[in-house]
Design a binder for this molecule. Structure first.
Ligand SMILES: NC(=O)c1ccc[n+]([C@@H]2O[C@H](COP(=O)([O-])OP(=O)(O)OC[C@H]3O[C@@H](n4cnc5c(N)ncnc54)[C@H](O)[C@@H]3O)[C@@H](O)[C@H]2O)c1
Length: 259
């Protein structure tokens, strides 16, 4: 398939990206959008290595993209460092990092333990920090880079049905985004977050039909968003359509925070 970006400002021609959580849902949609935008190199990172390899193969078949898969637990600093080193060796640059890996287990306050709290914070928040820590030296050297952290409306509302640490981790991502945006703006590195509302992915399927309907009912647009609608917001934040945007949280939620 031809790369189908519409103009030079939306093109990612010659660039290289890392997408965590790229084997499913929002992350997978992001890999497709980056490929459509003409990205040259793509590292699809997920703890589900087989599925990440399938997504990479699919992209290689459809686009002229050097897509590779990395079976990585992004909450493990050693594994993240190895994944970033491999990406850099392959593509000689890292222009874009999208931190999409995350979990939202349905755990009520009564079932919260130190171990499951730490697991959610490690998977959702510390993972994004570790990935940023590993790519920033390269982006600083390049004097350019884009980082997009996938937060959640839960950062503002608190967890709805997921573990209480979920909303906490997503609020942490927003503060981390702002801190890094201020620190690295002089290096040409733009750091932003996206806070999706309820999106139709395996994560929300895992909540069950009743919860899904409750989310839909609570949303002014009376539907879930699609993974593609989040991926398009990522595209904006990594393209030259957003050269003066840093430290923001883009709320893509069909108006869900209005009610
Ligand atoms: N779906 C929604 O309604 C929604 C709303 C707001 C925010 N989000 C956020 O968007 C992101 C993507 O969610 P999704 O809905 O696509 O979910 P998903 O379950 O479809 O995808 C998440 C992916 O992350 C991977 N992952 C989980 N832990 C990992 C780890 N330790 N190391 C590497 N990979 C790991 C999973 O294997 C999976 O492929 C998450 O951060 C989620 O919190 C989702």
């Amino acid at each position: 398939m031809e790369n189908c970006y519409t103009d030079a400002m939306e093109s990612l021609d010659g660039k290289a990206a890392i997408v965590t959580g790229g084997a499913s849902g929002i992350g997978e949609a992001v890999t497709q959008v980056l490929a459509e935008a003409g990205i040259a190199g793509l590292c699809i990172v997920d703890r589900d290595g087989d599925r990440a390899e399938q997504v990479a193969a699919d992209i290689r078949a459809k686009f002229e993209v050097d897509a590779i898969a990395a079976c990585t637990d992004v909450s493990d600093g050693g594994q993240v460092a190895a994944m970033v080193a491999r990406t850099l060796e392959r593509f000689q640059r890292i222009d874009i990092l999208v931190n999409g890996a995350g979990i939202a287990p349905m755990v009520r306050w009564a079932e919260v333990t130190e171990a499951n709290w730490r697991h959610v914070i490690d998977t959702n928040l510390n993972s994004a920090f570790l990935c940023m820590l590993s790519v920033l030296p390269t982006m600083k050297k390049q004097k350019s880079g884009r980082i997009v952290n996938i937060s959640s409306a839960g950062a503002i509302l608190g967890s709805v049905c997921a573990h209480p640490a979920y909303g906490t981790s997503k609020a942490g991502m927003i503060a981390m985004t702002k801190s890094a945006a201020k620190e690295f703006a002089p290096d040409g590195i733009l750091v932003n977050a996206i806070a999706p509302g309820t999106i139709d992915t395996p994560m929300t399927h895992s909540f069950g039909e009743q919860q899904k309907q409750a989310f839909i009912e609570a949303a002014p647009m009376k539907r879930q968003g699609t993974a593609r609608e989040i991926a398009d917001a990522v595209w904006y934040l990594v393209s030259d359509r957003s050269t003066y945007v840093t430290g923001v949280t883009l709320h893509v939620n069909g108006g869900s925070l209005l009610v």
